[in-house]
Design a protein around this ligand. Structure first.
Ligand code: FMN
Length: 358
């Protein structure tokens, strides 16, 4: 498979119902202190089986480091980490080779690979592959934290329920990490959970938005044009299955604003150059400007739903009514929060290494 990054590279491998899923990471500076327990705790946040709002599948996701770490430090060689697949039930998936599921990669993958692909559990298109992104990202976050960079992702919208508050980073971080739905406000989290449960009861699914904030990034990280912060972050975010939109700062709202409203005006606070607003999302010309980097990632409603749907048999070209059985997340968003957060850390580390900041 292809890989992400220029100086800090992540390649993910495995498949949903094969032996394992994991990541190979190149470019982690030798001697970096990397705790396997931290990587494991990020994998635990991503794992399903959290009550009514995620799939009851029991993916234990125990991290195994194959190479690249010794005595808690990066060796400078490739770091290979994986989690073995367990609790797999591939029995239902053969049928999707002939009758593709709406909203899944079944049909284009069948045409592209001529049926040779590993289709079990969605194969390489499965959300399970994001365990590799979490491994690569959780290594990166430990490196950028040593220079004061912190990353937080949180759920700000599920279906029609949106978070209206903007809590300080550290407060939000504490609450989000203890919230099954990943929301920084308890009341809103309850409403979001109800929204997910309702969709599930109606044999349907629901989407949402994850907001990500990166603080402590020095001014000037990012390269103009093709390795701008926006380019690199969106390339990573759009790699996550189910992502349909990424916006920075004011995002698409900027189209209806005037320049006088959108421009972030400069101020000096305690000798530091800041801006009064952050419509740019902390990025100007593709470079960090010292304000928090802020972006939002829109996830579509989970494709696998229990309701009957229209499909076709691609062999005899006849219409088919398809019913998908099995254990699926009624909403991807809660499990995607640590994926967005850790993969964003990998992007920032890559850009900091490119610019000589680390
Ligand atoms: C953490 C995570 C878990 C996911 N779980 C499911 C799931 O249980 N059922 C499902 O239909 N899609 C799930 N997805 C999304 C699908 O993998 C994705 O929609 C599908 O492969 C098609 O890719 P696309 O939506 O990017 O076009 C999940 C995605 C992520 C990031």
């Amino acid at each position: 498979m292809n890989e992400f990054g220029s100086k800090y590279k992540i390649g993910i491998f495995g498949s949903s119902h094969g032996l394992c899923v994991g990541a190979r990471v190149d470019g982690c500076p030798a001697g970096s202190a990397i705790s396997e327990a931290v990587i494991q705790s990020e994998l635990d946040r991503r794992a399903p089986g959290k009550g009514q709002i995620t799939s009851p599948r029991r993916e234990r996701d125990r991290l195994e480091i194959v190479s690249g770490l010794r005595n808690g430090k990066a060796t400078g060689g490739p770091i290979v980490g994986l989690v073995r697949n367990a609790d797999t039930d591939s029995s239902a998936y053969d049928a999707f080779l002939k009758v593709p599921r709406p909203g899944h990669a079944d049909y284009p993958a069948m045409v592209k690979y001529g049926g040779h692909h590993d289709h079990r559990g969605g194969g390489i298109f499965s959300g399970r592959m994001t365990a590799g992104l979490v491994i690569g990202g959780a290594i990166a976050r430990q490196v950028i934290e040593t220079v004061g960079v912190r990353v937080l992702a949180q759920t700000v919208q599920i279906g029609n329920v949106s978070l209206q508050k903007d809590l300080p980073f550290s407060v939000a971080e504490r609450i989000v990490r203890n919230s099954a739905v990943g929301c920084a406000d308890r009341k809103t989290a309850e409403l979001m959970t109800e929204e997910i449960v309702k969709a599930h009861e109606e044999r349907d699914s629901v989407g949402g938005v994850v907001k990500c904030t990166v603080i402590g990034v020095p001014v000037g990280v990012g390269e103009p044009f093709f390795s701008s912060i926006e380019s690199a972050v969106s390339a990573m975010m759009f790699s996550i299955p189910g992502v349909k939109g990424v916006e920075f700062g004011s995002g698409f709202r900027c189209a209806s604003m005037r320049g006088s409203e959108h421009n972030d005006q400069y101020v000096i606070r305690s000798g530091r150059i800041l801006t009064r607003t952050n419509n740019s999302g902390g990025i100007l010309g593709g470079l960090s400007n010292g304000m928090p980097i802020e972006f939002r990632v829109a996830f579509k409603p989970t494709s696998s739903i229990a309701r009957p749907q229209k499909s076709v048999n691609i062999v005899d070209k006849k219409p088919v009514e398809l019913e998908i059985r099995g254990r699926h997340d009624p909403c991807i968003v809660p499990r995607a929060v640590p994926v967005v957060e850790n993969s964003a850390a990998a992007v920032i580390l890559d850009l900091m290494l490119q610019g000589g900041f680390i």
